[in-house]
Design a protein around this ligand. Structure first.
Ligand SMILES: [Zn+2]
Ligand SMILES: [Zn+2]
Length: 198
């Protein structure tokens, strides 16, 4: 499984940065997680990473905030878009559980859903802003198996020592204690343009 960071507050040289988040998960299904804010930046970074609309099998939207779903409309994706039930976005309202093979929604909490991807016996969690509380997300993911890593926004999650238990943590946009988490040996700095193999 390969994860490409498409949209983040920070970017590698040659990529554009802006407030928001999106990543592309290449697995048995190629899924775009969130779409950032500005379509022009989403498109620019997607092209740089070699992602075209034809490569995307499905889109998963964590929550309808502009910095996560802003780029969606202009993207003009015709396939399946999985959205949280309370959102006004057009798409399939997804409940807790496996909605595509190996792709599991935590279900919506506080307007937001997170994604759990099964990679053999490894579970990787993808979060938008974590308005749903990272602790809640972790608790739900544990029902499905052992957590290998977490990628995305961790919001104001404070029990950061818990994150040392995982093989990989990648705190992205919207993480209050980003600097502290980035000092952990299992942490990878999040930036648009980064590719992580799991
Ligand atoms: Zn956000
Ligand atoms: Zn948000």
């Amino acid at each position: 499984m390969k994860v490409k960071i498409v949209y983040d507050n920070k970017a590698l040289p040659g990529f554009k940065s802006a407030w928001g988040f999106s990543c592309f998960i290449e697995h048995n299904i190629n899924l775009l997680f969130d779409t950032g804010w500005r379509y022009s930046i989403l498109k620019y970074n997607m092209e740089k990473l070699g992602i075209s609309l034809d490569n995307i099998d499905a889109i998963f939207i964590s929550h309808s905030h502009w910095d996560h779903a802003g780029g969606l409309k202009k993207l003009g994706f015709k396939g399946k878009i999985y959205v949280p039930p309370s959102s006004n976005l057009k798409g399939i309202k997804v409940e807790k559980g496996e909605f595509l093979p190996n792709f599991i929604s935590t279900g919506e909490i506080n307007g937001e859903q997170s994604l759990i991807v099964r990679n053999g016996d490894k579970l990787v969690i993808f979060t938008g802003c974590s308005h749903n509380g990272l602790k809640n997300v972790i608790r739900i993911a544990e029902e499905y198996g052992e957590i290998y890593g977490i990628i995305g926004g961790f919001h104001d999650f404070k029990e950061i020592d818990l994150l040392k238990n995982y093989k990989l943590v990648m705190p992205c946009h919207c993480t209050k204690l980003k600097k502290q988490i980035e000092s952990f040996p299992n942490a990878i700095e999040c930036m648009a343009g980064k590719i992580v193999e799991i």
